[in-house]
Design a protein around this ligand. Sequence first.
Ligand SMILES: [Zn+2]
Length: 221
Amino acid sequence: MFYEQKVDRRSRELMVEFLAGHYRYNTMNSWIRGSSYANRVKIRHLGLTHEQDSKAYDVLNTDYWDELHYVIDDFTSAMDGRYTIGSNGRSGGYLVLYRGEYYDPGYKSRCRACGQLNYQHISNDVGQCGLCAKMERVNLAHPFRWHRTTGSGIDGDLDANDLSVWSMSQLRDRVDLVCRFDRACDEMRQNFINLIDGCMVVTETVMVPKTITRLCCSAPL
Ligand SMILES: [Zn+2]
């Protein structure tokens, strides 16, 4: 546990101290009010060994984000979409707890050929696509369930005095949420370290005249 802390849920004082003392960061920009619980994830704040530290910057040049993002997807669905994790700050140096929601974007039909989405139902089995003109437009079987993040802060304008009037169950719920967020940040840090330790960054030239950098992993993560 690097970010996650043990918090005694029986003690009002300790829960308030934990919440009021947790690292915070802006949810949008520094000039728009709103902040939330956050953790610092710049390389120099990850507690790496010297050897890991020098390899870490190579990993940053690859598509490593795919290897970490499923932790966020897990967290978001465990929270039923009401909370999610995003990165903020210059070069994404902070992981921030965000409010979010599932929503229906309103599409009613889709083209099976080119994938274009349309807001109109069609009355026949298939209709013509407005983009590629093929007769491949079909109604969606179910509405989409997409997820979006809202920029509103979480407890940004509360201090220890405000928190100490919360009920014990309110405090416990909030501590549970923030600890779950910290645990997800721990998992992402650990996955990142596994990438550093278990992978060799190779630069290869492919047929298209550009150089790509990718990770070669010794074992599936
Ligand atoms: Zn189409």
